[in-house]
Design a protein around this ligand. Sequence first.
Ligand SMILES: NC(=O)c1ccc[n+]([C@@H]2O[C@H](COP(=O)([O-])OP(=O)(O)OC[C@H]3O[C@@H](n4cnc5c(N)ncnc54)[C@H](O)[C@@H]3O)[C@@H](O)[C@H]2O)c1
Length: 241
Amino acid sequence: MDRLKGKIALVTGSARGIGRAIVERFAAEGAEMVISCDMVETEYSESNVKHTILNVTDRENIKEVVKKIVEEFGRIDILINNAGITKDGPFVRMTEDQWDSVINVNLKGVFNVTQAVAPVMTKKKYGSIVTLSSIAGLMGNIGQTNYSATKGGVISMSKTWAKELARKGAQIRANCVAPGFIETSMTHALPEKVVEGMLERIPLKRMGTVTDVVNTVLFLASDESSFITGETIAVTGGMVI
Ligand SMILES: NC(=O)c1ccc[n+]([C@@H]2O[C@H](COP(=O)([O-])OP(=O)(O)OC[C@H]3O[C@@H](n4cnc5c(N)ncnc54)[C@H](O)[C@@H]3O)[C@@H](O)[C@H]2O)c1
């Protein structure tokens, strides 16, 4: 229960879903403080969780939040880039707004936050950056030209950071987690036939759970994965092999 003992972690997009589960798990794993960031107000509370409004598209807002964390805690050991949106549509009819808004949050947002946090990690020569990619970033997905571009993009950005941020002996790692078909409110709303079709293509014949994803994020965030960098772990039940 203390796999993150003494760590300061920042998690984006933590008001609900996977982000919220990451914050709760990190707090339970003994993190010194989990800075839970979302563009909307968040309610749940723990003594080692601090909620902050942070919009990943607002570089000034990010700068202020990171400055405050450094003033209070002196470092950021773990960054989880989790905030993400979808605006799906057929490629030939995808609007410029659909393209721009998904790129702005899922790709540029990850760039913005990591660019603000990386110098803090570099100063301490230590850090673990974990970014939520997706099976769509590995395989593509019909109706998700914009989303899959961002989820592929974060994988290659992370590989670059794995090389660039580790210079001069810094133990700074950058990895991705690519969830597949995960049980969430979104998948609960899918017609039974669609779910059956999906399960056909998953060797383990079940949907993943949020806990499956959080376990993998925790492993990559913690020192248990201290020799793993530039990697993407697919949490897909074998759908991508
Ligand atoms: N749920 C899945 O099945 C699944 C599968 C593959 C990948 N993912 C990825 O995992 C991550 C989390 O997914 P989820 O299902 O929990 O999503 P979700 O929609 O439930 O939650 C996303 C959170 O991000 C926040 N957010 C959106 N835009 C933001 C911004 N500009 N700044 C700050 N916060 C913002 C939202 O307020 C929300 O709280 C996403 O990156 C998603 O692409 C999810």
